[in-house]
Design a protein around this ligand. Structure first.
Ligand code: ARG
Length: 315
């Protein structure tokens, strides 16, 4: 395996799922130094760019959510790298990808959804609730600074875990912000002030779904994929008021536990760890194409497709 010094990205000799042989598959291109210093220059045809972080230091070595219980030391590094590379390969068909260098001793840095939140050229850097992850903050801050983002000030005393808890609606001019388990109660109001956009706070009540993106996924054309019991009653009502019933795709507990809501939607395709056949059928009926890409090693740490990505081009 070769390794790029700039990114720590390893060129993995992997085939995407379903690929016949190496000759028919083009390996993901390793990031070059110029791309790292000027990642905004070149975008995918759809204009999207996603931030990822390679999993070479990924493991479970502390417990900060229920998924991590009994998983310390139990991840399979080779399988994690393969699953991550497959996700990257799938995404690279639809979007440009930037990489932030992983850091030894920061196993959860691979979950770049928690780097911060971006709208336009403004970024808010996460203020993690847990000490374990606070060490990631300066690294993500540097990355955003080096890539031309304006960092909006955020108060030290309000936890906020970035795009893990703050998601843009894809049809309505609003931000959905989960709070109560990781991000603090004050986070929605602060987002509304900083971005000047209506922000709807949703209280999370099930510790298994501790970030909004584990149970809630706004999709194109105003569709919403979500697991209603993860929210308190008022939040369920707020969702029902803002999203018409025919646009709500509520999932059952089994699909929620498969991280079906932890999905990345790009150009009508929805990348996710897994989903039941009936859920896939509902997504197809709504005009989407589900793409399943197993991420079981990352679920041991409580994250899947969406957690492993951060959309950098948001309006
Ligand atoms: N172990 C990580 C944590 O508990 C997982 C983060 C998953 N990220 C996400 N956006 N849901 O913080």
């Amino acid at each position: 395996m070769t390794k790029s010094l700039e990114t720590g990205f390893e060129n993995l000799d992997l085939l995407p799922p379903g690929a016949g042989n190496a000759a028919t598959w083009e390996k993901p291109r390793p990031e070059t130094a110029s791309e790292i210093t000027a990642p905004q220059r070149e975008l995918s045809p759809g204009g999207q760019r996603i931030l990822m972080c390679s999993p070479e230091h990924f493991e479970v070595d502390y417990i900060i959510n229920p998924w991590m219980e009994n998983q310390v030391g139990k991840t399979n590094p080779a399988l994690a790298r393969e699953q991550w590379a497959n996700l990257r390969w799938h995404l690279s068909e639809e979007t440009a990808i930037s990489l932030v260098a992983p850091e030894p001793g920061l196993p959860d840095m691979v979950f770049t959804a928690n780097a911060g939140m971006v709208i336009g050229k403004t970024a808010i850097i996460s203020r993690f609730r847990t000490e374990e992850r606070r060490l990631e903050e300066p690294l993500f801050r540097n990355w955003f600074k080096q890539h031309g983002f304006v960092i909006a000030p955020w108060p030290e005393e309000v936890p906020f875990e970035g795009a893990g808890d703050a998601l843009l609606d894809r049809a309505r001019p609003l931000i959905w912000c989960g709070y109560g388990l990781r991000s603090g109660e004050g986070a929605p109001r602060l987002l509304e002030t900083i971005f000047g956009r209506r922000t709807v706070g949703l209280r999370l009540v099930d510790p298994r779904f501790y970030h909004l993106d584990t149970c809630f996924c706004p999709l194109a054309d105003g569709w919403l994929l979500y697991y209603p019991p993860a929210f308190d009653r008022d939040s369920q009502e707020a969702i029902a008021t803002l999203v018409p019933p025919e646009k709500r795709i509520g999932v059952g507990e089994n699909d929620a536990l498969l991280f079906a809501c932890n999905a990345v939607d790009i150009n009508g395709r929805i990348f996710m760890n897994s989903a039941s056949e009936p859920l896939q059928e509902r997504l197809r009926a709504a005009g989407f194409q589900p793409v399943l890409t197993p991420l079981t090693e990352f679920i041991k740490a409580g994250g899947a497709a969406k957690c492993l990505t951060l959309k950098l081009v948001e309006t």
